[in-house]
Design a protein around this ligand. Sequence first.
Ligand code: HEC
Ligand code: HEC
Ligand code: HEC
Ligand code: HEC
Ligand code: HEC
Ligand code: HEC
Length: 323
Amino acid sequence: MGRALQKPVESAVLRTHPRMTFRAGGFSYEIVSDSRQSVYRVTDGKEILDEPILYAFGDAHVAQTYVFRHGGKLFEGRVSYYAAIDGLDWTVGDALHSPPSLKEAAGRDIDSDEARNCFSCHGTAALANGKLQLDNLIPGVSCEACHGPGEKHATAKLLETGADSVIFNPKTLDAETLSQEFCGACHRGVDSVAMMPDLGGINNVRFQPYRLFNSRGHDPKDPHLACTACHDPHLNLNQQDAGNDSHCKICHDPGTAAATLHVNRDNSAVAKRPGASSPGTKCPVADVKCVTCHMPKVEVPRSHFQFTDHRIRIVRPGEPYPY
Ligand code: HEC
Ligand code: HEC
Ligand code: HEC
Ligand code: HEC
Ligand code: HEC
Ligand code: HEC
């Protein structure tokens, strides 16, 4: 998460792709980078709009989106980089097949609450007195975003309750508060999804705290189902072993060695965990690779990515996606 927001010169995508192009709806897009800067350029064949990229959002696990300033306002680029196609395509949620003007073809005006939110979730200390303060911004989700001091970021409300200590230790939170409110402040918990029209539609597969909360039979208060039971927020996803069977067997096949011993892929952590407070039954179908069937991959349209559905469940063929 430390690279959730980057200056263009720090973006590996931009450094290794000095020229990216995309063409659609009568417009041609180009992102050109050298060692000093990256420029986002759009033309309809007659006029050109080009601006230096201010920030690259996302480490391109899925995608990377570009934000630039035009006419004093912040814009989200209409096209983004996608890892799966190793190139540009419309930004998710932003496809506009015949944009009425060059400016609208270039990007979407986010110069209001929205920009504040983007920078608060992807950066640290983005706000000062509720206002966007890009000068003080630390790009990425840094230690401080999660460990305080807290008044400047998304989890401020929780951190304030951490009384007078400067360093906040999330270990002190109970499992449900950690998942739904602490991680959920950015990954979106059940309360924030409930306020979305249509519960966010199929896009809500991206909101892991919400999905997990609605897993039938699974108690959100159980520490073996907290986000941190499967994820170490200090490691990259590929260094974790989030899909390890031990995460399920601790409840569904307790008492076995596989249920209690968990080793991260980089061998950085070995944890023997206490037994489950709410044991479940054993699977009548298989004994390994639990998540491949019970946490299915779901493609978000246009994201070129299959997200892991954190709503743990029995998947029946032909059954619609459960909201
Ligand atoms: C301040 C906002 C914020 C908080 C709080 C937060 N995340 Fe994230 N998280 C992000 C963003 C933004 C990304 C996308 C990162 C990227 O593009 O590299 C992300 C990505 C991830 C990923 C994907 C792998 C990766 O490293 O890119 C995992 C797993 C994850 N977060 C788990 C957690 C867990 C567990 C918690 C709670 C302990 C948590 N996050 C709290 C903002 C946050
Ligand atoms: C409520 C917090 C929040 C807000 C607001 C937010 N993001 Fe994110 N964003 C996340 C989290 C958490 C992830 C990681 C999980 C995922 O991929 O859905 C993420 C992922 C991404 C990714 C994919 C990252 C990767 O490594 O593949 C991009 C690109 C992105 N966001 C761009 C933006 C932009 C641009 C804005 C503003 C227009 C924005 N986000 C607003 C929390 C947020
Ligand atoms: C996305 C949120 C997040 C970020 C970013 C983050 N941490 Fe943590 N950190 C946590 C959580 C959650 C825990 C508690 C984990 C647990 O329950 O075992 C934790 C625990 C710790 C602990 C152990 C505390 C204890 O009592 O065992 C240390 C030390 C620590 N973090 C240091 C750091 C440092 C240094 C950084 C920056 C490089 C950092 N963290 C970034 C969420 C985060
Ligand atoms: C029972 C284990 C488990 C729990 C609990 C869990 N995850 Fe995951 N998570 C996974 C697995 C498995 C993956 C897929 C890993 C991979 O592709 O390498 C994943 C992937 C992710 C990703 C990357 C995007 C994706 O869809 O692949 C994010 C972000 C994430 N989890 C956040 C969270 C958050 C936030 C919580 C707490 C609400 C959480 N997870 C709880 C197992 C878990
Ligand atoms: C904290 C303990 C706990 C953990 C961890 C846990 N489960 Fe469960 N699970 C339960 C309980 C309790 C039930 C309800 C009784 C039952 O059906 O066994 C349940 C129910 C289920 C069901 C049936 C759901 C339904 O709709 O009937 C499936 C499938 C399942 N779990 C799979 C998993 C998988 C896969 C994992 C790991 C990714 C996992 N569980 C992790 C406790 C847990
Ligand atoms: C090949 C796909 C597959 C794998 C792998 C798999 N399961 Fe299942 N599981 C199923 C199916 C299908 C059902 C529903 C069986 C039925 O009701 O006919 C099921 C049912 C369950 C149930 C509900 C049992 C009940 O009596 O209500 C639990 C709990 C469960 N699985 C846990 C797990 C765990 C834990 C693992 C890993 C050790 C696992 N599953 C691996 C496909 C799988």
